[in-house]
Design a protein around this ligand. Structure first.
Ligand SMILES: *Cc1c(COP(=O)(O)O)cnc(C)c1O
Length: 428
């Protein structure tokens, strides 16, 4: 696509954007600056304006019905989570029986590991990405130890090659092959949180299966960001959160995927709770756990309705916008941010700005991570003071997400103008 640095160009793109109206349906923070560019949807998505009424409705129903709300409120709480399943399944390319919203992300991965990380003395290794999100690293370490293995031995991190910023997929496949005899699990982020690299999950899944291992994914940075087809890709299991690209609110309820072919494997080891128990006999309160079919059989607790109401309101926006349209805009918008950063890198060589996110739009979501080696943390702090809300990671990486649901081409233009002023040393 052809880009221009001007405000006119950015505004013309926005005027032609079929999704432009969604921006008005979000609350944008005002942090005391004249202009604000919110590029942090990768950490906490903005609040949909429809969310408050959805939560208030459930508060009203609770006030009105008390416990009777489980069965008599407008959207009975007993089966409330089921209303979230169709829009969530559509976002990740799954059948409805393969998805359920519950708990939060790290908790869910641990629960899924109970069923899908079944190491033996011969097969116990986990192949994972370098620079993985710290929670995932702690999760893998403690899982390895829990099963009696040394993390350094059990976890194989595939690193980028010398001088490279992202991992080559060939190298992941080679690692899977070379560890084939001792491999229990391939566990990757769908999109790496640090670099924004999007992995070919179908290819990794196939390679894991060829090696006799299981394939699972943490989709925290992929769900609501990139097109997913978990069912068709034959992924064994996945989990993600709802508060990043899915905009359901801080720490809100997560979701899991368990492939249909595992959905009736009632013999799989798992931790049980009443909400995962066969619905027909759930309230007989007898001993003898009988899991439900499908992903719902991994539930433990009754649904947190206030959080679920917020999630539902947010998912409705995705159902309305549709992932194909969002992806189309995402590629253009991210390309525009890439173009803007590249132009500044050329103009200010002393700042030593470089993009570490893959250049190929097919290998990334709506994220640009830039290394600002020449200016370090100072530049980031100045950016925030000037009204650009992004994210800083050591040593000197600034991660930005132009989110297609609510960011605009004008946002990218304003970002470019503010950053240019800072780089030129003129303050903001
Ligand atoms: C955001 C994120 C998490 C956070 O986990 P919680 O359990 O929701 O706190 C975990 N893993 C990855 C890859 C993430 O991006």
């Amino acid at each position: 696509m052809h880009y221009e640095p001007t405000l006119e160009f950015a505004r013309a793109q926005d005027a032609a954007d079929p999704l432009r109206k969604f921006r008005e349906r979000f609350h944008f923070p005002s942090l005391g600056t004249d202009e604000l560019v919110y590029f942090t949807g990768h950490s906490l998505g903005l609040q949909p304006k429809s969310l408050r009424a959805a939560v208030e409705l459930e508060l009203d129903e609770w006030a009105k019905y008390g416990v009777e709300g489980h069965f008599h409120s407008t959207n009975p709480w007993y089966s409330y989570h089921e209303r979230l399943t169709p829009p969530m399944a559509a976002i990740v390319g799954a059948q409805e029986s393969e998805v359920v919203c519950m708990n939060s992300l790290t908790t869910n991965i641990h629960l899924l590991f109970v069923s899908f990380y079944r190491p033996t003395k011969e097969r116990y290794k986990i192949i994972a990405e370098a620079k993985m999100f710290p929670s995932d690293r702690y999760l893998l370490e403690t899982q390895a130890r829990f099963h009696g293995f040394e993390p350094d031995d059990a976890i194989v991190e595939v690193q980028p090659r010398e001088g490279e910023r992202v991992v080559l997929e060939e190298d992941i496949l080679a690692a899977i092959e070379s560890h084939a005899d001792e491999l229990a699990l391939v566990f990757f982020g769908g999109v790496n949180y640090f670099t924004g690299q999007l992995f070919d999950m179908q290819r990794l899944t196939r390679a894991a299966h060829d090696a006799g291992a299981v394939a699972g994914f943490d989709l925290a940075h992929a769900a609501g960001n990139v097109p997913l087809a978990l069912h068709d890709w034959n992924v064994d299991f996945a989990a993600w959160c709802s508060y990043k690209y899915l905009n359901a609110g801080p720490g809100n309820v997560g979701a899991i995927f368990v492939h249909e072919r595992h959905g009736k494997r009632f013999e799989l080891p798992r931790f049980g709770g009443w909400w995962g128990h066969d619905k027909a006999t759930r309230f007989q309160m007898e001993s003898g756990f009988r899991p439900m079919e499908g992903a719902e059989g991994w539930q433990l607790s009754n649904a947190p309705i206030l959080g679920m109401a917020a999630t539902k309101a947010s998912l409705d926006l995705f159902a309305e916008a549709g992932m194909p349209g969002l992806r189309e805009k995402s590629e253009k918008l991210t390309g525009y941010l890439e173009y803007t950063v590249d132009a500044l890198a050329d103009e200010f060589p002393d700042a030593r700005i470089s993009i570490i996110t893959p250049r190929d739009p097919a290998r990334r979501g709506c994220q640009i991570s830039m290394d600002v080696a020449g200016r370090e943390r100072r530049l980031f702090d100045d950016m925030v003071a000037a009204g650009v809300i992004a994210d800083f990671r050591e040593p000197c990486i600034i991660r930005m997400a132009p989110v297609p649901l609510y960011n605009s081409f004008e946002d990218v233009h304003v970002f470019g103008r503010l950053l240019r002023t800072l780089l030129a040393g003129g303050g903001a």
